[in-house]
Design a binder for this molecule. Structure first.
Ligand SMILES: Cc1cc2nc3c(=O)[nH]c(=O)nc-3n(C[C@H](O)[C@H](O)[C@H](O)COP(=O)(O)OP(=O)(O)OC[C@H]3O[C@@H](n4cnc5c(N)ncnc54)[C@H](O)[C@@H]3O)c2cc1C
Ligand code: FES
Length: 260
């Protein structure tokens, strides 16, 4: 198995080891990537390539860690994700990570609320793990359009489900039903994160952008900032203080499907 490390980042030829469905059309896949499993923190991501796959790698948040395995959660939204979901156990992925700047749990707070919309569930199991390790009580609010689109794996001292149509949990959006807390972490479509920024300017949010290299070189992942200028989501992000991002300029069409 080919492996390499560069300043805390690893390149691993990782075999796919398992797959399970966690909501309609939403799957978790596991791969054997021991160095990344040890090093990864909540909100960080891996950049995946594979033989016969798209020219550019595809970025995915690390969803969970199980021993030497890492998991990602995804839906087929285009050619690359569709191909990933046809791969069989034992097939290999070229996995670069952990990448990016994740969530920060260094405050003296005692409670955290994790807010996820649709596929924005992706960084939350690790966020719950790291928040608990920092001594925080964790409330997880997970929202989707309807019951079958809710990821049924959630992990917190309290879990609140929200659906737009009221088919499971509270009718409403994850943002509208979330309680206040000292630490607020969120991930979901950019429009949802814009709503988070209005309610909790200091929330930490994981943003979506297109990505190329994933390592700070190509500038393909520009995030417009309120103070002017741009950051690179793959280096300075993908986690930002909510009020620091210019939500009017960040594309809101990207694919994590949920309404706000
Ligand atoms: C830091 C980061 C973490 C991510 N984590 C996850 C995750 O955990 N699970 C997951 O399913 N997806 C995640 N994404 C989005 C994922 O990378 C894209 O859905 C994927 O690259 C699309 O590839 P594709 O070839 O299937 O689609 P394409 O054919 O390239 O595009 C199909 C659709 O996906 C959208 N899309 C393409 N690239 C991105 C992108 N980088 N971000 C968002 N939408 C995109 C396009 O607008 C289009 O609507 C993440 C993106 C980033 C930047
Ligand atoms: S993806 Fe290339 S600089 Fe961020």
């Amino acid at each position: 198995m080919g492996r390499g490390a560069l300043s805390g980042m690893f390149l691993i030829d990782a075999p796919l080891t398992a797959r399970r469905e966690v909501a309609r059309g939403m799957f978790v896949i596991s791969m054997h990537a021991p160095e990344i499993a040890t090093a990864v923190r909540a909100g960080q991501f891996v950049n995946l390539g594979w033989s016969g796959g798209p020219l550019l790698r595809r970025p995915f948040s690390v969803y969970r860690v199980e021993g030497e395995h890492i998991e990602i959660v995804l839906k087929a939204v285009g050619a690359g994700t569709a191909e990933l979901l046809t791969m069989q156990r034992g097939e290999r992925l070229s996995c670069v990570g952990p990448l990016g700047h994740g969530y920060d749990f260094a405050s003296r707070a005692r409670s955290a609320v994790l807010i996820s919309g649709g596929l924005g569930v992706a960084p939350m199991p690790l966020a719950a793990r790291d928040a608990r390790a920092a001594g925080l009580r964790v409330v997880w609010v997970h929202g989707a359009r309807r019951a079958e689109e809710l990821c049924h794996e959630a992990d917190g001292d309290e879990v609140i489900w929200a659906t737009d149509d009221g088919s499971l949990g509270t009718r409403g959006t994850a943002v509208s039903v979330a309680p206040d807390a000292e630490v607020v972490l969120a991930c979901g479509p950019n429009r949802m994160l814009g709503a988070v920024a209005e309610r909790w300017p200091d929330a930490q949010v994981a943003v979506e952008t297109y990505m190329g290299c994933g390592t700070g070189v190509c500038l393909g992942c520009a995030v417009p900032l309120r103070r002017g200028g741009y950051d690179r989501a793959c280096k300075e992000g993908p986690v930002y203080r909510a009020a620091d991002v210019d939500w009017t300029a960040l594309p809101s069409h990207l694919s994590y499907a949920v309404t706000v």
